[in-house]
Ligand binder design. Structure first.
Ligand SMILES: O=C(O)CNC(=O)[C@H](CS)NC(=O)CCC(=O)C(=O)O
Length: 340
């Protein structure tokens, strides 16, 4: 007990663990109570020592906003605007809002009624907000009436990236729609109201790095994240509204897996709490670094968290573990076909 405590304080436990002077079994034998603390310290410091980052205040800061959207569009805008203003005050160059930041409706009919085109009032309000605050905005899933609205009477789930002048720099329309029924959470039939997008978009240069756009359920398709990484993405974004059953089981694991596989930062702004009588979301917005470490996470309820994006560190991780050189595309030809 004394030895373990002494080790922790004086000789940096993770350092001794890495050198092999002490292992987790020995540690748990010496001090069961400290094991968890020791492991969590280890987790935060598994970043290899040689890979020290640049001075952190020189690195771009991003903000991840977590909200509880309701059917009330005006109120939702007010909540999001306050968080974006807070992000700007804290020095962020880019703020991320979750899927359905504009609203979460009671049913598909209300979703369609509340939707707007890209050129509508809501996007104009966000463009003005970006200009006033002087930061970029990832608007993670806007219920968009597209060019084909008159014929189809259906919308797109559209991720819009605005620069600090309020101009639309990129749009991505969700390609994998969530049509799933999981016992214990409200059935999701996104295709009732939404058309899947035709393609993914090339990653976009921003003050924080090159961003690959995706949305929520897309995270279950590693093919998309690999395609984005191969097209040059350094940051992947998964603005989301995960449910209360799949959230605890899959959310963090999926985010960390995508970060480790692609060696990208993963930024995931999430809906949280109860939207209306029938629907609730998991929350747990976070930023994962290219090593797979969760470097920022929101607490319960609406709010924001911040992370620095260190692209030098990203390149070091990619050098240390050159999985993109070791990949065997000659083996994976049938990938993506339904299981037989
Ligand atoms: O409904 C809206 O207005 C906005 N769209 C959503 O919230 C979508 C479709 S219902 N939600 C998801 O994709 C959750 C995926 C998920 O929970 C999982 O993959 O486990």
């Amino acid at each position: 007990m004394v030895l373990a405590a002494f080790s922790c304080r004086s000789y940096s436990l993770p350092f001794l663990l890495r050198l092999g002077f002490i292992n987790n079994q020995l540690l748990s034998f010496l001090c069961p109570g400290l094991r968890i603390r020791g492991l969590s310290v280890l987790c935060a410091q598994t970043r290899p020592r040689a890979m020290a980052s640049s001075s952190s205040w020189e690195l771009p800061l991003v903000a991840v906003c977590q909200v509880t959207s309701t059917p009330d569009k005006q109120q939702n805008f007010k909540t999001c605007a306050e968080l974006v203003q807070e992000a700007a005050r804290l020095g962020a160059c880019l703020a991320f809002l979750p899927e359905a930041f504009d609203f979460i409706a009671h049913d598909p009919a209300e979703t369609l009624r509340l939707s707007e085109p890209l050129g509508g009032n809501l996007l104009e309000n966000y463009a003005q907000l970006a200009r006033e605050c002087g930061l970029w905005l990832s608007l993670g899933g806007f219920h968009e009436r597209g060019q084909d609205w008159e014929q189809t009477q259906k919308i797109y789930n559209c991720h819009v990236l605005l620069n600090s002048k309020g101009s639309v720099v990129a749009t991505y329309r969700k390609t994998h729609l969530c049509d799933v029924e999981i016992p214990g959470q409200e059935p999701m039939r996104e295709s009732n109201s939404t058309i899947p997008g035709p393609s993914f978009e090339s990653p976009v240069s921003t003050p924080a790095g090159k961003i690959g756009l995706a949305i929520c359920y897309d995270i279950r398709f590693p093919e998309l994240s690999l395609a984005l990484a191969q097209a040059g993405a350094e940051i992947l974004t998964y603005p989301s509204a995960f449910g209360p059953i799949t959230g605890p089981a899959h959310w963090e694991v999926l985010l960390r897996a995508r970060a480790i596989e692609t060696q990208c930062y993963v930024v995931a702004a999430a809906q949280c709490g109860r939207h209306h009588a029938k629907r609730a979301s998991h929350g747990h917005s976070m930023v994962v670094d290219p090593w797979g470490t969760v470097v920022a996470r929101c607490s319960e309820g609406p709010g924001l968290c911040l992370a620095r994006i260190d692209l030098k560190y990203l390149r070091q991780v990619r050098q240390l573990l050159p999985v993109f050189q070791h990949r065997r595309p000659d083996l994976y030809g049938k990938l993506g076909h339904p299981l037989s």
